[in-house]
Design a binder for this molecule. Structure first.
Ligand code: BGC
Length: 733
């Protein structure tokens, strides 16, 4: 396998030659600790009770603490488990000891976990971090997360999540880098480098797991787990792109998606797993199913029973079964009966063992005492990085009357239950954070603003406290209202049919506006929201997402102007939910939407997004001029001048887009092709240069032929996907 020395490869082959069929299948089995009781109702019902509110999250947690867990020790001893989801280093060592010292061949376990946006140091959710357009940052946060998790024994991250996501109703838009395949690919590459490339010690890197392969983000109507149908040109040019980039960067594992793609669930999709990923892209590592997904192929109606599903998945190229034990129970007899070739098992076991070898688990299976103690207190540089990431991800959407930045001695009424919460700054899929590390918005703001008072008033849940609203209006010269979504409203299984600000928060906003004081709406949310009303009536809107442990400081720094905001939207924001999916890089039509009736538009909603991809303001302003495009050899050489026309230094994200005007297939109206960060002092101008290789100007057709077609191209440069300068050029390839 790429990445292994000859010696390591030999060790893998030697092991394989000594393994029984059961032991090989054991490697293909991933377990989580099973809850085996300690409470009176079945576990599934308990989860339901929490989801529908019959018991609170706290009650649920209490019950879970008292629950008995089975860590599958006997199975590990027999060589029947290849991987486990555990994050407690003491438990990791205990289970690893059984695998290494008590199983026949001593093959170590690989411990995996959802480390999507940080381990102990939680960074902004991915949709927010992607908006920093800072590939170096993407890499550094991943590297830090790898080190932190490895010190807890977790050598495998179920990340990065790379689903191109264009429908904000889908709750999982929060977990990935947004709507654009190019930004998604840059994010993918950087994350893989950050997670995997620091081999100065085995404690510094982990295996990445690209998920969810593939097309999950295009689930119909934005409803989680729903069916996915797409034309193949869209598959190759958009949805596959970030995965392709990450495999090229050397990613070691991939997780198949829950959904079907054009009728075949990804879990049993030979075209996707074997043909495309392993054969065509040359992916050397192993593929794991999503949780319980092999069994779900029966429900999909694509397999008759567990056994049939297991055989189909293995044949398709699925190397590891997450959570169903179907492989353990069914594959041995399937091989013995000639239903599954032995080579399929050998290949899967070889891939899994190779990744374990690459991780150094055979030589360093345990977490050292020193590593366990390393992050007892979060080191300053980890906190600093969390703060940097959070600051760079804040997006200023509107700043009418230059209400922002706020003076540090301004009288501020801080409003909203979200402002006080530690949990809500963290975002979906973070499991290893500690309360003591979290800086709430209230805490961060109180450190900076001397005359700030807090009034709860209301939030995503519950009622509005009118007395508090009136007091907030009386006290502050300005009101900062922290409103938006709870963490539980985005992430997995959290699709929504209405993505306006939930609950009674709009009413609350109206009441705050009625106080006559200027209102700064600071949003916390895990998806793009439909902000038509807010856009029309609220003077200042700041997109704060869920920025992780340092959110409080980051927000205070941006609102006070200590930091000039530079974050951009990695996903377009609709004006109204009914516009979803709305994304800048949509296909052209024969009747592009306009004011006239028989065009592609709605009668009752605007044509375009409210805030487009790439959008974000700062406390200065930038002017673009002098876009020049010329063809030189194998590339287009592009220059554009960007001027900081305001009174503050800043960092602008200069974006380069392209349109293939005439092609043999309809092409998107714009496609991001490159971006650069430009540091500009107040008043300074810089010429920004891009080289666009002509080989990158093509596209795949439905038969996967990559086409470079002569003709007219439009080149756009600007500070977001809508407001750009444009030049046309004819290109011959
Ligand atoms: C999610 C995956 C996750 C897995 C393991 C599934 O429900 O879809 O993204 O990695 O659980 O926790």
């Amino acid at each position: 396998m790429k990445g292994l020395t000859r010696e390591q490869e030999k060790r893998v082959e030697d092991l394989l030659s000594r393994m029984t069929l059961e032991e090989k299948i054991g490697q293909m089995n991933q377990e989580s600790p099973s809850i085996v009781g300690g409470f009176d109702v079945p576990f599934a019902e308990l989860i339901e009770m929490m989801t529908d509110g019959r018991i609170s999250k706290e009650e649920f947690q209490k019950i879970m603490e008292g629950a008995k867990q089975d860590y599958h020790e006997d199975e590990i001893r027999k060589g029947g488990v290849g991987s486990l989801m555990v994050q407690d280093p003491v438990k990791v060592n205990e289970l690893q000891k059984i695998a290494v010292e008590e199983s026949r061949l001593g093959i170590p376990l690989i411990f995996g976990l959802d480390v999507i946006h940080g381990f102990r140091s939680v960074y902004p959710i991915a949709i927010a971090e992607a908006g920093s357009f800072d590939t170096d940052l993407f890499e550094r946060t991943a590297r830090m997360a790898a080190k932190e998790s490895r010190a807890a024994g977790v050598a495998w991250h179920f990340a990065p999540m790379l689903d191109v996501a264009r429908d904000a109703r889908w709750g999982r838009v929060s977990e990935g880098p947004g709507e654009d395949p190019y930004l998604g690919s840059e994010f993918a590459r950087a994350k893989v480098r950050g997670l995997q490339n620091d081999h100065s010690s085995t404690e510094n890197y982990v295996a990445a797991c690209l998920k969810h392969y593939v097309g999950y983000g295009a689930c119909e109507a934005g409803r989680d787990y729903n069916t996915v149908s797409m034309a193949m040109h869209l598959f190759y040019n958009a949805y596959l792109k970030p995965f392709e980039a990450a495999v090229d960067e050397g990613a070691m594992t991939v997780m198949a998606a829950f959904n079907d793609l054009n009728g075949v669930p990804c879990t049993v999709n030979e075209f996707l797993l074997r043909k495309t990923l392993k054969e065509s892209l040359g992916f050397p590592g192993f593929v794991v199913s999503d949780a319980n997904a092999i069994r779900e192929c029966v429900v999909h109606g694509i397999a008759e029973d567990d056994r049939d599903a297991g055989i189909k998945a293995a044949l398709a190229g699925m190397d590891m079964d997450m959570g169903t034990e179907i492989y353990s129970k069914e594959l041995k007899s399937a091989v013995e009966e000639g239903l599954l070739p032995m080579e399929v098992i050998d290949e899967a076991a070889r891939r899994i063992l190779s990744v374990k070898m690459w991780l150094g688990l055979f030589d360093n299976p345990y977490v050292s005492e020193e590593a366990m103690a390393r992050y007892k207190v979060l080191p300053k540089e980890h906190r600093d990085l969390a703060l940097e990431a959070a600051e760079k991800s804040v997006v200023l959407l509107k700043n009418e009357g230059n209400v922002l930045p706020l003076k540090e001695d301004a009288r501020i009424s801080l409003v909203g239950t979200l402002a006080e919460s530690r949990e809500e700054i963290i975002g979906a899929w973070a499991m290893s954070w500690k309360e003591e590390d979290c800086v709430t918005i209230r805490a961060g703001m109180e450190e900076t603003f001397k005359n700030l008072r807090y009034f709860r008033c209301g939030g995503p849940e519950g009622d509005i406290n009118m007395d508090e609203v009136l007091s907030a209006g009386d006290y502050g010269d300005v009101i900062v209202a922290v409103l938006g979504e709870l963490v539980s409203m985005s992430g997995e299984a959290s699709s929504k049919a209405d993505i306006t600000i939930p609950g009674r928060q709009r009413e609350l906003l109206e009441m705050l506006m009625h106080t006559g004081k200027p209102v700064v709406l600071l949003l916390m949310n895990g998806r793009p929201l439909a902000l038509d009303w807010e856009y029309n009536y609220v003077p200042v809107i700041v997109e704060g997402w869920q920025l992780g442990i340092e959110m409080g400081h980051a927000v205070a720094n941006v609102l006070s102007g200590r930091v000039n905001p530079e974050g951009r939207l990695s996903s377009s924001f609709p004006a109204m939910t009914g516009q979803c999916p709305v994304y800048y890089n949509h296909m052209n039509t024969g009747r592009p939407g306009s004011k006239s009736k028989f065009t592609s538009r709605y009668l009752d909603a605007p044509l375009d997004s409210l805030y487009p991809f790439g959008y974000g303001l700062s406390y200065t302003s930038y002017e673009y001029s002098g876009l020049a495009v010329k063809e030189e050899g194998d590339a287009l050489e592009i220059d554009v001048t960007v001027k900081n026309a305001g009174g503050r230094d800043g960092r602008e994200t200069v974006q380069l887009y392209m349109q293939d005007v005439t092609a043999s297939l309809v092409r998107p109206v714009k496609e991001l092709k490159a971006f650069r960060k430009a540091e500009l002092k107040a008043g300074e101008s810089k010429s920004i240069h891009f080289t666009l290789p002509k080989k990158d100007m093509g596209f795949y057709d439905n038969e996967k032929v990559y086409r470079l077609e002569d003709g007219l191209f439009r080149i756009y440069a600007g500070g977001n996907s809508r407001d750009c300068l444009m030049e046309e050029i004819r290109v011959a390839f």
